[in-house]
Design a protein around this ligand. Sequence first.
Ligand code: OKP
Ligand code: ZN
Length: 342
Amino acid sequence: MSIPVIYPSSHSDHNPALEFVNGVLRDFVECPQRVELIRDHLVRSGLAASCDPAGATSPEEVLETHDAGMVACLEAASTKMVGESDYVYAGVFSVRPEMARVATNPAHPFGHYCFDADTPIGKATWEAALSSAGVASAGASLLVTGDVRCVYALCRPPGHHAGSDFYGGYCYVNNAAIAAKRLLALGKVAIVDIDYHHGNGTQEIFWDDPRVFFGSLHGDPDFAFPFYSGYADETGGPGASGTTANFPLPAGTDGEAYLSALDRLLDQVAVFEPAVLVVSVGYDTYAGDPLSTFAVGVDDFARIGARLARLDRPALFVQEGGYCLEALGELAESLFSGYLAR
Ligand code: OKP
Ligand code: ZN
């Protein structure tokens, strides 16, 4: 038994060199090798039969999820960059009503839509973002037609921090959200976000949408990025109360503690009775991940995979984070072997 894996045809030229970590420049962790390592490992281990690149989404599909002003800003900024290694970083942010004016130059107001200084735009960025969304959307289509019951969209750049009119956290376009909207053709959708970071963008997009359940396990926002959302009392808007669920977890969370929180989340998913499941996959809960404070082990991912399979729904896995290059292949192998074994 193997899983169809699809990956973006043009992500590799989106390759920023550096990011600031506590005022010090470090290598940019969200690098092209991430998805290449996972892809190659899954093919070698026989878990992925073939591995096909998928094309871009349409601008119309992106605009169903994202604000036109933000899309224009991202595209214009990307188009303006010239050299291979030129990247523009937001550094001045629009905060509160007194600083909310939007310049008329579409390539100018990064800080109006961008919420951090870690999400640069280069000349290949916009195309890569569309390509990544296209992979998620192509994966959703395979489930909608009923061709497969499970597909892995190896998206890069990731998407779960991008909201309807904001982007950040290495994310520009919300791949999982775009796919989930397409999957509504099958009925209600549940998104389970197992990335180490709260999927603030996905949460915002479906906050008041009763057709989509969003549940996330993540480092407590009291200490973990993106800091301003992901608390347990965030449970959905007035039109969709109870369709958002957050499980902020403490530093040091190990496999045992993680799985018991996952079980509580999946109980809620089962009650929601979704027609289909989207899993925002992050491997950054792994103990060896440079961004993680958790102690989840390689074998725990197999147990996570088995728990997800137990829901017995068609499933789209969408790649989000995970930055320990040495372990990414093994982590993916563990997750999907656990999923398939169930
Ligand atoms: C993206 B995903 C300081 C550290 C930056 C940003 C975290 C983005 C995580 N430059 N932290 O959810 O894995
Ligand atoms: Zn993450």
